[in-house]
Design a binder for this molecule. Structure first.
Ligand code: ADP
Ligand code: ASP
Ligand code: MG
Length: 412
């Protein structure tokens, strides 16, 4: 007997039929003698619908009330699944995050899980129940409802698996695993049987939404066995092996590049004609940090007449706020001009094999140049290279790189 946590995403519970399908899949695991905890998302489209409603009332909705609102989506699906399970003759109980006591900090809309009271869940499991928990939500220490950021049900799943010391956490979604890149953009993308934890962490943080980054962080911290699978395969067939997130790098087929991630989440800000003297980077980025704005990529170019141009990227939603801060900074440091551009995209190649291979960056840049795609910014780490390009070239860049690195072929 194993204890399994299964998380089903929005499309997997998008209709009553899909919810019945989930119930059957859960029943299959129960019949095999396993204990099953199920974590659910809201029906697909529901969270977006709720956010849109809020924005009809307030352009920037009150964060506390926003969490009260968006957490309702998951309350609907857990109750419906518990009913569907009972309809199949199984014992089942649904719980909201606050009923479990998934305690988070009070950072509304992006809260972090601090602790989980797993005792009651364990008692239910021992009594033969399937426990169905609402993903994406928690409660702060004073009882306010909180949510964990978009895609946060993945994190609820992995956090519960960690708290219950589950044998495996299975993330069921609408693709049958983690691919070399989003198969919606590159139909030739190849499913990976396994991917290292480090690579998955990079892919998630660079935009692959198949797993929320915090869920991968949790899996790493608590060594949760994590697998991505499809809920859309025939219920009577096998789920397949999906993709296992592995901590053992050495046993992997060593591809140099494992995957390509991309996002349109960032905006670029440039301070032009900055006097070139020590302390300038701090003078620009200090006030940005003080305003709680995270900076991602940074480039500084030496220009003419002892001046320099300073460029950095922030999350698109914080561009306006950053521009306000920079207007002030510009006066203080005597810069000439501040410009901004939110028509950018970041495309990244990721692979632990890069550590031992030279020439990957030049191959990446050559491939993009071959399609006349201009690179605006570059950043690298040991296992990734990211470039910023004009956003209309994002998909072309992903396809070109997928082909250049022959990711459709399995590593020899
Ligand atoms: P869920 O609602 O089940 O949480 P998501 O939409 O959040 O599902 O995540 C699954 C989607 O992630 C897939 O449909 C796919 O389009 C996208 N995706 C992006 N990058 C990848 C990748 N490398 N491998 C697989 N899917 C990816
Ligand atoms: N329903 C939430 C969202 O759409 C959480 C999730 O699906 O993981 O972001
Ligand atoms: Mg998701």
């Amino acid at each position: 007997m194993a204890l399994i946590v299964q998380k089903y995403g929005g499309t997997s519970v998008g209709t009553i039929d899909r919810i019945r399908n989930v119930a059957q899949r859960v029943a299959k695991f129960k019949m095999l003698g396993h204990q099953v905890v199920v974590v659910l998302s809201a029906m697909s489209g529901e969270t977006n619908r709720l956010i849109a409603l809020a924005k009809e009332i307030q352009t920037v909705p009150d964060p506390r009330e926003m969490d009260v609102l968006v957490s309702t989506g998951e309350q609907v699906t857990i109750a419906l699944l518990a009913m569907a399970l009972k309809d199949l003759g199984l014992k089942a109980k649904s719980y909201t995050g606050s009923q479990v006591r998934i305690v988070t900090d009070d950072a509304y809309t992006k809260a972090r899980i601090l602790s989980i009271d797993e005792e009651n869940l364990r008692a239910d499991l021992d009594a033969g129940h399937v426990v169905v928990v609402a993903g994406f939500q928690g409660v702060d220490e004073t009882g306010n409802i909180t949510t964990l950021g978009r895609g946060g049900s993945d994190t609820t799943g992995v956090a519960l698996a960690a708290a219950l010391k589950a044998d495996e956490c299975q993330i069921y979604t609408d693709v049958d695993g983690v691919y070399t890149t989003d198969p919606r953009i590159v139909p030739e993308a190849r499913k990976l049987d396994a991917i290292t934890f480090e690579e998955m962490l990079e892919l998630a943080s660079l935009g692959s939404k198949v797993l929320q980054i915090r869920s991968v962080e949790f899996a790493g911290k608590y060594k949760v066995k994590l697998r991505v699978l499809s809920s859309f395969v025939d219920i009577n067939g096998s789920e397949g092996e999906g993709t296992l997130i592995t901590f053992e790098e050495d046993s992997m087929e060593q591809a140099i590049i494992s995957g390509i991630a991309f996002n349109r989440d960032e905006a670029k800000l440039t301070v032009l004609g900055v006097p070139d003297r020590p302390g300038i980077a701090a003078a620009i980025l200090g006030p940005i940090a003080d305003a709680n704005i995270d900076v991602d990529m940074i480039v500084q170019n030496v220009g003419a007449n002892n001046t320099t141009d300073f460029t950095f990227t922030v999350h698109r939603s914080e561009m306006k706020k950053a521009l306000e801060v920079l207007a002030q900074v510009k006066e203080e440091i005597g810069a000439r001009e501040v410009t901004s551009d939110d028509k950018i995209a970041k495309v990244s190649i990721v692979g632990v094999g890069m550590r031992t291979h030279a020439g990957i960056a030049s191959k990446m840049f050559r491939s993009l140049a071959g399609e006349n795609i201009n690179i605006q910014m570059i950043s690298t780490s040991e296992i990734k290279i990211s470039v910023v390009v004009e956003d209309k070239y994002m998909e072309l860049a992903v396809r070109v790189l997928h082909q250049a690195f022959e990711l459709e072929k399995a590593a020899a």
